[in-house]
Design a protein around this ligand. Structure first.
Ligand code: 3PG
Length: 213
């Protein structure tokens, strides 16, 4: 997959809704009802982080949920890319950008939303032909003002800011011309997931899906 095709694919996913839920799921039994709750609330694009032993099984379960588009987050190595693809992830997300990871995604036809927090990292993505990225860690890296500043000299790349983004500050990012959507875990709080409060999660998703951009 060329970087141009990968970027095009990611762009379509990023435009599906203003928020991509970032999911850390410990129990695969939660996968299906969680994905259904988020899709029902209007958030179809889901990022499942590869940070729990259950993550690949969670991706498998979620990939079968109608209306959902499931990606794998926290891709660090080629093996992560292979495992995620095998589990049914249709896009990948990484906290940063390395040549080896970009090579692995190209070789395995995995559209990647690679992390970038600085102008140099954004330039590294552009140099490889990518026109989308994940601004991470968004709040810690300077928040919306920093991303706005990066967009002035480098407007060619569009971002999904993630890391410390919530309902209150999401519009600061979504109003920027170089932002297509934001990512965040606030729509699937661990207590609601553990307690099986799927209606509560649908309500949070519906609220997030209404964010203007
Ligand atoms: C993460 O890596 O966990 C994401 O950046 C989500 O961050 P958040 O929990 O601050 O939304």
């Amino acid at each position: 997959m060329t970087p141009e095709n990968a970027s095009q694919h990611c762009r379509q996913i990023m435009l599906m809704a203003p928020v991509v839920p970032v999911l850390v799921v410990k129990d695969a039994a939660h996968a299906k009802p969680l994905a259904q709750a988020l899709v029902k609330g209007g958030l179809p694009a889901l990022e499942v982080t590869l940070r729990t032993p259950a993550a690949l099984e969670v991706i498998r379960e979620m990939a079968a949920v109608e209306g959902g588009v499931v990606g794998a987050g926290t891709l660090l190595t080629e093996q992560d890319v292979i495992n995620a693809k095998d589990a049914g992830a249709t896009f990948g997300v990484s906290p940063g950008v390395t040549p080896r990871l970009l090579d692995a995604c190209a070789a395995n036809d995995m559209p990647l939303l690679a992390g970038a927090a600085t102008a140099s990292e954004a330039m590294a993505l552009l140099e490889r032909g990518y026109t989308v990225g994940k601004f991470f860690p968004a709040e810690a890296a300077g928040g919306a003002p920093a991303l706005k500043a990066i967009g002035s000299p480098i407007p060619q790349i569009s971002f999904c800011p993630t890391g410390g983004v919530n309902l209150k500050n999401a519009t600061d990012y979504l109003s920027l011309p170089n932002v297509l959507c934001v990512g965040g875990s606030w729509v699937a709080p661990s207590d609601k997931v553990a307690g099986g409060d799927w209606d509560g999660i649908t309500a949070l998703a519906a609220e997030a899906a209404q964010l203007p951009r």
